[in-house]
Design a protein around this ligand. Structure first.
Ligand SMILES: CC(C)[C@H](C(=O)O)[C@@H](O)C(=O)O
Ligand code: SF4
Length: 467
């Protein structure tokens, strides 16, 4: 068992007791909810006549089903409207703060909580959503939960959990131009495997991570779950504190100094013991693109696709399945793969810095005719900021559509869907079969700058040629 890590400290501080099952009953500091995984949980509460124990530790927003074009109510899709109304009613009934459409605070749940300063170091955070690992970027222990656990947190503000082991995932050195946080995490998952993190929390560390902005750190932690780790985290430092200072829900005045001192004390000790340590060199990381149907099936943009023999035995079956589904061949270069749709957005890469990097590539260039390209900012706040900087003008001049915030084509629970066997270049985090709204649709995951490059040429392109 690990000792002296931030994970251990935060776990210990939030332990209410040990349950007869041997599990820990863990107090949850912040519970984030959205329209997809909360309705049944509220229904279960209602059945038992229970109340939400700490409505003020619960925050709701709507993201998955939101259309990105017209936001007029009622929403055009009757089911989406129903889900939105259910969330509104549940929040009203239980006194839960709700960041709705047009509030200035709405957006993807993993984008809005950090930008509002709700996500803070040393917290335990839960949400009925697998990418809750994102919040670990602040040194919070944050994980996705299922609907029955959403019920548990609503009713008791606690969860029954097994403690995780801790693996230190160290990345050292400076990233080359054109290589982004997204490439780092795709590279890590490629090498550690999509199940490599099962049973672990990933502590991302090393000089590369220390140099990253908070938004880059969020991109890395967001995809910890795609590597099998229930949560990923980064020790809080000056970058973390500078990001949080002055945000609406961050501590203010004297409380700020007290909080910073406490946050500093949570950092992993220099002599901490981990259950495992792996080390990567940033210099070996190139712009990375997935070619398959799991986020671990990635290659550097200048590599060719692996033959089955090159892969560990355990990965050959899924690789064959991926080749069949994607219509790609072992040995072919990934560069030059034609794309139909280019999507910039999601909780992985829908933040302001992501939009800035993509706009840099697009400035003075045009989307290839025939390619459908669109940007979906991660939140209303990101959208407003981007517009204040004129990024929307750059995107539109290049031929991108500029949309309203939400999850959008990351999983296509709204009208933004691939059609038929279309191929998308996507800045999101999952390339599962049928993920983007068409049962036969194909997804290539990459950084937002790489999506911009693909939009210009209509094929997978090394963004470094545009920098
Ligand atoms: C809808 C939700 C439960 C789901 C998740 O848990 O991650 C979604 O956000 C996703 O990315 O697939
Ligand atoms: S943006 Fe995608 S990954 Fe993130 S919460 Fe929404 S659907 Fe899930």
């Amino acid at each position: 068992m690990s000792r002296g890590t931030l994970f251990d400290k935060v776990w210990q501080q939030h332990t209410v007791g040990t349950l007869p099952s041997g599990q820990t009953q863990l107090f949850i500091g912040l519970h984030l909810i959205h329209e997809v995984t909360s309705p049944q949980a509220f229904a279960m509460l209602r059945e038992r006549g229970l109340k939400v124990l700490y409505p003020q530790r619960t925050v709701a927003t709507v993201d998955h089903i939101v259309p990105t074009d017209s936001l007029a109510r009622p929403l055009q899709d009757a089911l989406a409207e129903e889900m939105l109304q259910a969330l509104e009613a549940n929040c009203r009934e239980h006194g839960i703060p709700f960041f709705g459409i047009g509030s200035g605070r709405q957006g993807i749940v993993h984008v809005i909580a950090p930008e509002q300063g709700l996500t803070q170091p040393g917290m335990t955070i839960a949400c009925g959503d697998s990418h809750t690992s994102t919040h670990g970027a602040f040194g919070a222990i944050a994980f996705g939960i299922g609907t029955s656990q959403v019920r548990d947190v609503l009713a008791t503000q606690t969860l029954a959990l097994n403690k995780l082991k801790v693996r230190k995932v160290e990345v050292n050195g400076t990233l080359a131009p054109g290589v982004y946080a997204k490439d780092v995490i795709l590279h890590l998952i490629r090498h550690l495997g999509v199940n490599g993190g099962v049973g672990y929390a990933y502590e991302f560390a090393g000089t590369t991570v220390a140099q990253m902005s908070m938004e880059e750190r969020m991109t890395v932690c967001n995809m910890a779950i795609e590597g099998g780790a229930r949560c990923g985290y980064i020790n809080p430092d000056e970058t973390t504190f500078a990001y949080l200072k002055g945000r609406p829900f961050a501590p203010q005045g004297e409380a700020w100094e007290t909080a910073v001192a406490w946050w500093r004390s949570l950092r992993t000790e220099v002599d901490a013991e981990y259950d495992d340590v792996v080390v990567f060199d940033a210099a070996t990381i190139a712009p990375t693109v997935t070619w398959g149907i799991t986020p671990g099936q990635g290659v550097a943009v200048d590599e060719t696709l692996p033959s089955l023999e090159m892969l560990p035995e355990s990965e050959r079956g899924i690789a064959q399945e991926a080749y069949d589904y994607m219509g790609l061949q072992p040995g072919q270069p990934i560069r030059g793969t034609k794309v139909d749709v280019c999507f910039i957005g999601s909780c992985t890469n829908g933040r302001i810095s992501d939009l800035r990097e993509a706009a840099k590539v697009l400035e003075g260039r045009k989307v290839k005719p025939g390619v459908k390209a669109f940007v979906v900012p991660g939140s209303e706040r990101v959208k407003a900021q981007a517009e204040a900087e004129g990024l929307d003008t750059i995107f539109e001049a290049a031929g991108f559509e500029w949309r309203n915030p939400g999850c959008s084509m990351c999983l296509a629970m709204n009208p933004d869907k691939l059609q038929g066997r279309q191929v998308s270049a996507s800045s999101s985090n999952r390339n599962f079969k049928g993920r983007q709204g068409s049962a036969a649709g194909r997804t290539l995951l990459m950084s937002p700058a790489m999506v911009a490059a693909a939009a210009i040429t209509g094929e997978v392109t090394d963004v470094r040629q545009f920098l």
